[in-house]
Design a protein around this ligand. Structure first.
Ligand code: SF4
Length: 316
């Protein structure tokens, strides 16, 4: 029977590289093999993610034993957004195509978030076409007020379902599922969410760590701030060019660690691998990788609870 009809819809699961969508794919493999067999996995690829994320998706692909479609935006001459869907990664950077060919270098921002729409939602909806689909979304039981993707187009026949909510899965279950299978995404050692390496939803400390871990990508991020044909200058962090982060990277990390450590209750601090002075010493010595490999920076991020700022499409 043809799939994509009302009677026989397609089953899709969008992976962002985030913990929840990854754990959901694994959970469905374990608990709903009949659905798992029909699932089409996809990842909407801006071409501007960390290699750590692409590597993690490969690990997941092997674990699932199924391909993950990489859906990329494709800008036509009329500036309309189309898509490409491949199971192998190519090196094209749709973010750049859309930024320069459609938005004349105008960087996305929280109040002008064209990136999610043009690079993720529209290409995914074009990939679906007018097929009927059931979309499996990794929103958990302990997130009653969180919303996933909702189409604004009347022509899209996608129904979202929430297996974690149905099964009472909460955040600790998600970490357990990951620890038992593919591991926690390694970028969570230092990032509060998955997404593009320059994403404006990052905290300053994440840009500062990017500067140490991926100097080339930091330089690329800076170029976006300066390369504009009309001479205007946009910045990722409001009123703070990345040069400021670069010049103050160590201090930014130290200030953040002090602030978060102060907020942490004594019982919580017992979970840290390092003592406060040891953290500061490593940062002073610019042994940033050694510091984040303890996962203490994640523990410090988690003092604030989960980071739910920004865009669920990019981070669930
Ligand atoms: S991760 Fe950030 S920059 Fe990238 S598409 Fe999502 S919101 Fe935009």
């Amino acid at each position: 029977m043809k799939s994509g009809t009302k009677e026989n819809p397609r089953h899709i699961l969008g992976l962002s590289g985030g913990k929840d969508s990854t754990a959901l794919a694994i959970h469905l493999k374990r608990t709903r093999p009949d659905i798992f067999d029909k699932l089409e996995f996809y990842f909407t690829d801006t071409g501007t993610k960390l290699d750590e994320l692409y590597d993690y998706l490969e690990v997941l692909e092997r674990y699932l034993g199924r391909p993950i479609y990489k859906i990329k935006a494709d800008v036509g001459e009329d500036k309309k957004i189309g898509y490409k869907a491949e199971t192998v990664e190519d090196k094209s950077v749709p973010f750049d195509d859309v930024l320069f060919n459609k938005y004349n270098g105008f960087l996305p921002a929280p109040n002008a978030r064209w990136c999610t729409r043009d690079l993720k939602i529209i290409p995914m909806e074009k990939w679906i076409g007018d097929d009927h689909c059931i979309s499996y979304v990794g929103i958990r039981f302990d997130e009653p007020s969180r919303d996933g993707y909702k189409s604004r187009s009347k022509n899209v026949n996608i129904t979202a379902v929430y297996p974690f909510r149905e099964d009472g899965i909460v955040i600790s279950d998600v970490y357990r599922i990951l620890e038992e299978s593919v591991g926690i995404p390694p970028y969570y050692r230092w990032k509060t969410r998955s997404g593009c390496y320059f994403c404006f939803y990052q905290r300053r400390v994440e840009y500062a760590i990017l500067y140490y871990l991926y100097p080339d990508l930091f330089t690329e991020s800076k170029k976006y701030e300066t390369e504009h044909s009309d001479g205007r200058r946009f910045t990722w962090v409001k009123d703070k060019p990345l040069e400021y982060i670069e010049e103050n990277a160590k201090d930014i990390i130290i200030r953040y660690v002090k602030k978060q450590f102060k907020k942490a209750k004594d019982t919580y601090r017992e979970g840290f691998k390092l003592k406060f002075d040891q953290m500061i010493e490593l940062i002073e010595q610019e042994k940033i990788e050694e510091f984040i490999n303890t996962w203490d920076l994640k523990r410090l991020h988690d003092v604030d609870g989960e980071n739910k700022d920004g865009c669920d499409v990019c981070a669930i």
